[in-house]
Design a protein. Structure first.
Length: 195
């Protein structure tokens, strides 16, 4: 009928033997599948352009619209081959960002990577690298966060200030001993340390 039926990649045109004037009827299903795969690829690259994601995160996002699992897996494999999807690299960037910029503990970074579906081995390697870098000392991170948070708690009584500061640091995943040492060093003593 002269109207475009679907947008498909050039490779698909060649693979399917499409050409001007070709009978479309017998190829309709194949062309529609190729068009759907291209749309899924576009969606996946758009999600990755917005922010880095693990393979599991991207799979979850793509599956939300009832895409066939086999098609999603093919797109994920293609993204990995193209170098756009790499759990180890994602884990390295994520761990470094959370440890150095946001001051999260090793334990919290591990939990976040696990939640995002990063394989345990890749997560452990990334965390070890991030915390081996200068400035990723957990005690120093606890102290830095505590000093940053304290001015916002200045109007509270000492008991409440210590309790809230302890709870804030504990939610970040820091060890109780490190939190207690920092609170003592900052002169925040005298209140329970159970958050």
């Amino acid at each position: 009928d002269g109207k475009p039926a679907a947008a498909v990649p050039v490779e698909a045109v060649q693979r399917l033997g499409l050409h001007v004037g070709a009978e479309f009827g017998p190829l309709r299903e194949a062309v529609e599948a190729e068009a759907a795969a291209l749309a899924l690829w576009d969606r996946a690259t758009g999600l990755l352009a917005a922010r880095a994601r693990s393979r599991t995160e991207l799979r979850r996002a793509l599956m939300r619209r009832d895409e066939p699992a086999a098609r999603v897996e093919r797109v994920l494999e293609r993204l990995e081959r193209a170098g756009y999807l790499d759990d180890a690299e994602f884990a390295r960037q994520f761990a470094r960002s959370r440890a150095l910029v946001r001051g999260m503990s090793r334990r919290r970074v591990q939990q976040e990577l696990a939640r995002r579906g990063v394989p345990r081995e890749a997560a452990e390697t990334a965390i070890a690298e991030a915390f081996a870098d200068e400035g990723a000392d957990e005690y120093a991170a606890v102290e830095r966060l505590a000093r940053k948070k304290l001015p916002g708690l200045a109007r509270l009584d000492a008991f409440t200030r210590r309790r809230r500061l302890y709870a804030f640091l504990a939610r970040r995943g820091f060890e109780a001993d490190d939190i207690r040492r920092v609170l003592a060093a900052l002169g925040e003593t005298g209140a329970p340390d159970d958050g």
